[in-house]
Design a protein around this ligand. Structure first.
Ligand SMILES: Cc1ncc(COP(=O)(O)O)c(C=O)c1O
Length: 456
């Protein structure tokens, strides 16, 4: 049996059509270097997505692998329950607090963006229980948001496909509109009008629900998986004004944006977000090992601390919370980003990527939007611009494009519930590699158009 046969027979793949996987099998990735991955047959692909928006320092970074190995030899594991500590975790927590915006106080570690967002919600509920506000528990998130797949994190997502088959969302979650004009009734609004409309939408939702029942709002600075949706100027300050009026906490989900992806350390720094709680994962270790963290502000911590009087031990935590291997890897990763000025490099390469995407796609008749910020980009397609008409079913155009791109040697992603393809390469991507990614995407668009007998 080949490794592909074994995979087909035994592996249950996430976010995969399991029936077609039984026929097609996996693309087995065996190695990587920089922005390139190599499959089991020896074929190379440029990875325009850095895995899942996460391998920020690129594949095959020996310094990072060695830091991981050194810590594994010294202390591979110890838990952090009941006041147990380890050196890398203390050092990393201090480092994260020193980097974070606002007045952050404490770091709670987990293993994935999903579990961290679950922790955030539990902390918010705990906070309001300590404050004697047992009704103040609802969480507001946004359409097209992506926050993970655990029962609560999936509920927070604003992607219907993640709810339908799983009896979600939970009854404590509400969704408001995403900050985008395309496909919305807000198409003709200018930035200031759009911001005012979205802030009013949030306020109406809070008032309809009852401010005494609304605990927190969660948002990605840039909605990544939901379509690379960049908020208009002034959006987060206007949203936060509403949140403050009704004593609703702000959770910034920095899982994709954090640690340089926007060309700045955090998306919160760019978009004027003042988080009470902040979630990080992915880029904190460049995905060399799983790690996530919830950063807790002084304001929230002051209340959580009082929880010890009301509830005793804080009864939440994972076997792998504060894992020393993950923490040592994160420290090495942050050093590589800082020493190599990779955040600045991401900003420069992002500008290059986005200008190349504009040049290659903006005028194409099947393209309705080319957008991006930092080292994030997306191209969105529609069956017709005038009148604006979606492909039927949705995703039936972007799917073949990324499949064709893969045949041509570049990995992109068709984003869910949309006909968009995305770009989020490693920070070490070169301009020549960006040229190749964009040219391949354009070639794939032309090939799919001619296969579907659409105008070129
Ligand atoms: C913004 C955001 N939050 C949370 C998550 C969930 O992270 P994980 O897949 O590590 O659970 C993701 C994953 O893509 C994400 O993009």
């Amino acid at each position: 049996m080949t490794i592909e046969d074994i995979d087909r027979q035994f592996v249950f793949h996430p976010f995969t059509n399991v029936r077609s996987h039984e026929q097609t099998g996996p693309l087995t990735v065996v190695s990587g270097a920089g922005s390139t991955i190599v499959d089991a047959s020896g074929r190379s692909y440029l990875d325009a997505m850095a895995g899942l928006w996460c391998v920020n320092v690129g594949y095959g970074n020996v310094e990072l692998a060695e830091a991981l190995g050194r810590q594994a030899k010294k202390l591979a594991y110890y838990h952090s329950f009941a006041s147990m500590g380890n050196e890398p975790v203390a050092e990393l927590a201090q480092r994260l607090i020193s980097m974070a915006p606002g007045s952050m106080s404490k770091v709670f570690f987990g293993n994935s963006g999903s579990d961290a967002n679950d922790t955030q919600v539990k902390m918010v509920w705990y906070y309001n229980n300590v404050l004697g506000r047992p009704e103040k528990k609802k969480i507001i998130s946004r359409d097209r948001g992506y926050h993970g797949v655990t029962v609560m994190a999936a509920s927070l997502c604003g992607l219907p496909g993640m709810h339908r088959a799983f009896d979600l969302p939970l009854s404590t979650v509400r969704h408001v509109r995403a900050p985008r004009r395309l496909w919305s009734d807000d198409a003709d609004l200018d930035d200031a009008q759009l911001v005012a409309a979205l802030a009013a939408d949030l306020e109406r939702t809070i008032l309809d629900e009852g401010p005494d029942t609304v605990a927190a709002f969660i948002a990605e600075p840039i909605q990544a998986a939901g379509g690379v949706i960049v908020p208009p100027p002034g959006y987060f300050p206007a949203i936060q004004e509403v949140l403050r009026r009704y004593d609703v906490l702000m959770i910034a989900d920095e899982v994709v944006c954090g640690f340089g992806r926007t060309g700045h350390t955090f998306g919160s720094d760019v978009f004027g977000i003042e988080p009470d709680l902040m979630t990080v994962a992915k880029g904190v270790t460049s995905a060399y090992i799983p790690l996530s963290a919830c950063l807790v502000s002084e304001k929230v911590w002051d209340v959580l601390r009082d929880g010890a009087d009301a509830f005793g031990v804080f009864q939440h935590g994972y076997t792998y919370s504060a894992h020393p291997l993950a923490a040592a890897t994160a420290i090495a990763n942050l050093n590589i980003i800082e020493d190599g000025k990779l955040t600045q490099q991401a900003a420069a390469r992002g500008e290059y990527l986005n200008s190349k995407l504009q040049q290659a796609f903006a005028q194409h008749p099947m393209v309705v939007d080319v957008r991006g910020f930092g080292l994030l980009g997306a191209v969105e397609f529609a069956a017709s611009r005038e009148p604006l008409t979606a492909f039927e079913p949705i995703g039936s155009f972007s799917g073949p494009i990324v499949a064709r791109m893969r045949e041509l040697g570049v990995i992109s992603r068709a984003l869910p519930n949309s006909d968009s393809i995305s770009f989020s390469p490693p920070f070490v991507v070169t301009e020549e590699e960006i040229d190749q990614m964009v040219a391949t995407a354009r070639q794939a668009l032309d090939d799919v158009c001619s296969a579907m007998h659409l105008v070129p």
